[in-house]
Design a protein around this ligand. Structure first.
Ligand code: DC
Length: 216
Protein backbone atom coordinates (compact mmCIF):
# COMPACT_ATOMS: atom_id res chain seq x y z
CA UNK A 1 0.00 0.00 0.00
CA UNK A 2 1.65 3.25 -1.15
CA UNK A 3 0.56 6.89 -0.98
CA UNK A 4 -2.91 7.89 0.17
CA UNK A 5 -5.28 4.96 0.24
CA UNK A 6 -9.00 5.25 0.87
CA UNK A 7 -11.01 2.13 1.59
CA UNK A 8 -14.82 2.17 1.50
CA UNK A 9 -16.86 -0.48 3.30
CA UNK A 10 -20.62 -0.47 2.80
CA UNK A 11 -23.38 -2.88 3.65
CA UNK A 12 -26.53 -3.39 5.73
CA UNK A 13 -26.59 -3.19 9.53
CA UNK A 14 -25.04 -6.11 11.32
CA UNK A 15 -22.91 -7.27 8.38
CA UNK A 16 -19.79 -6.74 10.51
CA UNK A 17 -18.56 -3.59 8.79
CA UNK A 18 -17.30 -1.79 11.87
CA UNK A 19 -15.58 -4.83 13.41
CA UNK A 20 -13.80 -5.52 10.14
CA UNK A 21 -12.99 -1.88 9.36
CA UNK A 22 -11.59 -1.25 12.85
CA UNK A 23 -9.23 -4.22 12.65
CA UNK A 24 -8.14 -3.54 9.07
CA UNK A 25 -7.39 0.08 10.09
CA UNK A 26 -5.25 -1.16 12.97
CA UNK A 27 -3.30 -3.60 10.81
CA UNK A 28 -2.68 -1.00 8.09
CA UNK A 29 -2.00 1.81 10.60
CA UNK A 30 -4.65 4.12 9.10
CA UNK A 31 -7.65 5.99 10.56
CA UNK A 32 -11.06 4.38 10.88
CA UNK A 33 -14.14 6.53 10.35
CA UNK A 34 -17.48 5.09 11.45
CA UNK A 35 -20.03 7.19 9.52
CA UNK A 36 -22.96 5.30 11.09
CA UNK A 37 -21.79 6.63 14.47
CA UNK A 38 -22.02 10.16 13.06
CA UNK A 39 -25.68 9.65 12.00
CA UNK A 40 -26.34 8.09 15.40
CA UNK A 41 -24.81 11.11 17.13
CA UNK A 42 -27.15 13.44 15.22
CA UNK A 43 -30.15 11.18 16.01
CA UNK A 44 -29.13 11.15 19.66
CA UNK A 45 -28.76 14.91 19.87
CA UNK A 46 -32.05 15.56 18.04
CA UNK A 47 -33.98 13.19 20.34
CA UNK A 48 -32.32 14.67 23.44
CA UNK A 49 -33.23 18.20 22.33
CA UNK A 50 -36.69 17.18 21.14
CA UNK A 51 -36.10 18.39 17.61
CA UNK A 52 -38.42 16.40 15.33
CA UNK A 53 -37.38 15.41 11.79
CA UNK A 54 -40.01 17.75 10.31
CA UNK A 55 -38.93 20.79 12.34
CA UNK A 56 -36.64 22.17 9.62
CA UNK A 57 -35.65 25.41 11.30
CA UNK A 58 -34.70 23.88 14.63
CA UNK A 59 -32.92 21.06 12.82
CA UNK A 60 -30.88 23.53 10.75
CA UNK A 61 -29.88 25.35 13.96
CA UNK A 62 -29.01 22.10 15.67
CA UNK A 63 -26.81 21.03 12.74
CA UNK A 64 -25.03 24.40 12.60
CA UNK A 65 -24.36 24.12 16.29
CA UNK A 66 -22.98 20.56 16.23
CA UNK A 67 -19.39 19.40 16.29
CA UNK A 68 -18.56 15.76 15.55
CA UNK A 69 -15.09 14.28 15.59
CA UNK A 70 -13.20 11.04 16.20
CA UNK A 71 -10.40 11.06 18.75
CA UNK A 72 -8.42 7.83 19.34
CA UNK A 73 -11.35 5.75 18.14
CA UNK A 74 -13.94 7.55 20.30
CA UNK A 75 -16.79 9.54 18.82
CA UNK A 76 -16.92 13.02 20.30
CA UNK A 77 -20.17 14.99 20.07
CA UNK A 78 -19.79 18.62 21.14
CA UNK A 79 -16.85 17.70 23.34
CA UNK A 80 -18.52 14.65 24.96
CA UNK A 81 -17.61 11.02 24.38
CA UNK A 82 -20.93 9.40 23.34
CA UNK A 83 -19.80 5.90 22.23
CA UNK A 84 -22.25 3.95 24.39
CA UNK A 85 -25.17 6.38 24.43
CA UNK A 86 -25.59 6.15 20.63
CA UNK A 87 -25.80 2.32 20.54
CA UNK A 88 -29.26 1.76 22.05
CA UNK A 89 -32.16 0.33 19.97
CA UNK A 90 -33.99 3.69 20.23
CA UNK A 91 -31.06 5.62 18.84
CA UNK A 92 -30.67 3.02 16.05
CA UNK A 93 -34.20 3.91 14.99
CA UNK A 94 -33.61 7.64 15.32
CA UNK A 95 -30.39 7.37 13.26
CA UNK A 96 -32.31 5.66 10.48
CA UNK A 97 -34.96 8.43 10.47
CA UNK A 98 -32.58 11.41 10.65
CA UNK A 99 -30.09 9.92 8.19
CA UNK A 100 -32.79 10.10 5.50
CA UNK A 101 -32.98 13.91 5.78
CA UNK A 102 -31.11 15.91 3.11
CA UNK A 103 -29.79 18.58 5.50
CA UNK A 104 -28.34 15.93 7.82
CA UNK A 105 -26.65 14.04 4.98
CA UNK A 106 -25.27 17.21 3.45
CA UNK A 107 -23.58 18.24 6.67
CA UNK A 108 -22.19 14.79 7.51
CA UNK A 109 -21.03 13.96 3.97
CA UNK A 110 -19.07 17.27 3.92
CA UNK A 111 -17.31 16.34 7.16
CA UNK A 112 -16.68 12.79 5.92
CA UNK A 113 -15.17 13.98 2.63
CA UNK A 114 -12.87 16.37 4.41
CA UNK A 115 -11.80 13.59 6.82
CA UNK A 116 -10.97 11.41 3.80
CA UNK A 117 -9.21 14.06 1.76
CA UNK A 118 -5.85 14.39 3.46
CA UNK A 119 -4.91 10.97 4.73
CA UNK A 120 -5.41 7.26 4.29
CA UNK A 121 -8.66 6.13 5.83
CA UNK A 122 -11.04 3.24 6.01
CA UNK A 123 -14.62 4.49 6.18
CA UNK A 124 -17.71 2.38 6.68
CA UNK A 125 -21.36 3.19 6.08
CA UNK A 126 -24.06 2.86 3.42
CA UNK A 127 -23.05 5.33 0.70
CA UNK A 128 -19.26 5.52 0.97
CA UNK A 129 -18.42 3.72 -2.27
CA UNK A 130 -21.35 5.22 -4.19
CA UNK A 131 -21.19 8.80 -2.91
CA UNK A 132 -18.83 9.94 -0.14
CA UNK A 133 -15.60 8.47 -1.52
CA UNK A 134 -16.60 7.61 -5.08
CA UNK A 135 -12.96 7.48 -6.12
CA UNK A 136 -11.80 5.30 -3.19
CA UNK A 137 -8.94 2.99 -4.15
CA UNK A 138 -10.74 -0.02 -2.66
CA UNK A 139 -14.44 -0.66 -2.17
CA UNK A 140 -16.09 -3.55 -0.40
CA UNK A 141 -19.75 -4.39 0.01
CA UNK A 142 -20.29 -6.65 3.03
CA UNK A 143 -23.49 -8.64 3.34
CA UNK A 144 -24.87 -11.55 5.39
CA UNK A 145 -28.30 -13.10 5.70
CA UNK A 146 -30.77 -11.10 7.82
CA UNK A 147 -30.99 -14.05 10.25
CA UNK A 148 -27.24 -14.18 10.80
CA UNK A 149 -27.03 -10.41 11.20
CA UNK A 150 -29.86 -10.53 13.73
CA UNK A 151 -28.07 -13.28 15.69
CA UNK A 152 -24.87 -11.23 15.82
CA UNK A 153 -26.67 -8.07 16.97
CA UNK A 154 -28.77 -10.05 19.48
CA UNK A 155 -25.63 -11.50 21.11
CA UNK A 156 -24.05 -8.04 21.26
CA UNK A 157 -27.12 -6.56 22.95
CA UNK A 158 -27.36 -9.44 25.44
CA UNK A 159 -23.71 -8.94 26.37
CA UNK A 160 -24.50 -5.31 27.06
CA UNK A 161 -27.36 -6.38 29.32
CA UNK A 162 -30.14 -5.08 27.05
CA UNK A 163 -33.51 -6.76 27.48
CA UNK A 164 -34.52 -7.75 23.92
CA UNK A 165 -35.90 -10.76 22.05
CA UNK A 166 -34.26 -12.28 18.99
CA UNK A 167 -37.51 -11.85 17.02
CA UNK A 168 -37.59 -8.15 17.80
CA UNK A 169 -33.94 -7.74 16.75
CA UNK A 170 -34.65 -9.55 13.45
CA UNK A 171 -37.75 -7.42 12.81
CA UNK A 172 -35.75 -4.24 13.55
CA UNK A 173 -32.96 -5.32 11.18
CA UNK A 174 -35.46 -6.02 8.40
CA UNK A 175 -37.19 -2.67 8.95
CA UNK A 176 -33.88 -0.82 8.88
CA UNK A 177 -32.75 -2.71 5.73
CA UNK A 178 -35.95 -1.58 4.12
CA UNK A 179 -35.72 2.08 5.10
CA UNK A 180 -31.95 2.32 4.42
CA UNK A 181 -32.26 0.82 0.93
CA UNK A 182 -35.49 2.45 -0.22
CA UNK A 183 -34.92 6.05 0.88
CA UNK A 184 -34.52 8.43 -2.07
CA UNK A 185 -31.29 10.04 -0.95
CA UNK A 186 -28.13 7.93 -1.31
CA UNK A 187 -29.76 4.63 -0.39
CA UNK A 188 -27.79 1.55 0.59
CA UNK A 189 -26.49 0.17 -2.70
CA UNK A 190 -23.42 -1.72 -3.88
CA UNK A 191 -21.09 0.45 -5.99
CA UNK A 192 -20.51 -1.10 -9.40
CA UNK A 193 -16.79 -1.37 -8.72
CA UNK A 194 -17.14 -2.72 -5.16
CA UNK A 195 -16.09 -6.24 -4.23
CA UNK A 196 -19.06 -8.04 -2.65
CA UNK A 197 -18.30 -10.27 0.33
CA UNK A 198 -21.11 -12.45 1.68
CA UNK A 199 -19.95 -13.05 5.26
CA UNK A 200 -22.68 -15.58 6.14
CA UNK A 201 -20.85 -18.47 7.78
CA UNK A 202 -17.48 -16.69 7.70
CA UNK A 203 -15.53 -15.87 10.85
CA UNK A 204 -14.35 -12.31 11.54
CA UNK A 205 -10.74 -13.38 10.92
CA UNK A 206 -11.65 -14.91 7.57
CA UNK A 207 -13.28 -11.67 6.43
CA UNK A 208 -10.32 -9.57 7.64
CA UNK A 209 -7.84 -11.82 5.81
CA UNK A 210 -9.95 -11.65 2.66
CA UNK A 211 -10.06 -7.83 2.71
CA UNK A 212 -6.33 -7.50 3.47
CA UNK A 213 -5.47 -9.89 0.63
CA UNK A 214 -7.41 -7.75 -1.83
CA UNK A 215 -5.60 -4.61 -0.66
CA UNK A 216 -2.04 -5.91 -0.53
O1 DC B 1 -24.08 1.51 10.63
P1 DC B 1 -25.04 1.99 11.71
O2 DC B 1 -26.07 0.96 12.09
O3 DC B 1 -24.33 2.53 12.91
O4 DC B 1 -25.84 3.22 11.03
C1 DC B 1 -26.81 3.96 11.71
C2 DC B 1 -27.83 4.52 10.73
O5 DC B 1 -27.24 5.52 9.90
C3 DC B 1 -28.45 3.49 9.77
O6 DC B 1 -29.86 3.57 9.84
C4 DC B 1 -28.01 3.88 8.40
C5 DC B 1 -27.51 5.28 8.54
N1 DC B 1 -26.30 5.51 7.76
C6 DC B 1 -26.42 6.14 6.55
O7 DC B 1 -27.51 6.47 6.13
N2 DC B 1 -25.30 6.41 5.81
C7 DC B 1 -24.09 6.06 6.26
N3 DC B 1 -23.01 6.34 5.52
C8 DC B 1 -23.96 5.38 7.49
C9 DC B 1 -25.10 5.10 8.23
Amino acid sequence: MEGICRIAIDGPSGAGKSTIAKEVAKRLGIDYIDTGAMYRAIGYKAVKNQVGPEDKEKLENLLNDTDIDFVSGDIILDGDKVNDRIRTPDISKAASVYSALPEVREKLVDIQRSMGSRKSVIMDGRDIGTNVLKDAEYKFFLTASAEERADRRYKELLEKGEDVSREKVLADIKARDHSDSTRTLNPLRKAEDAIEVDTTGMSIDEVIEYVLKEIN
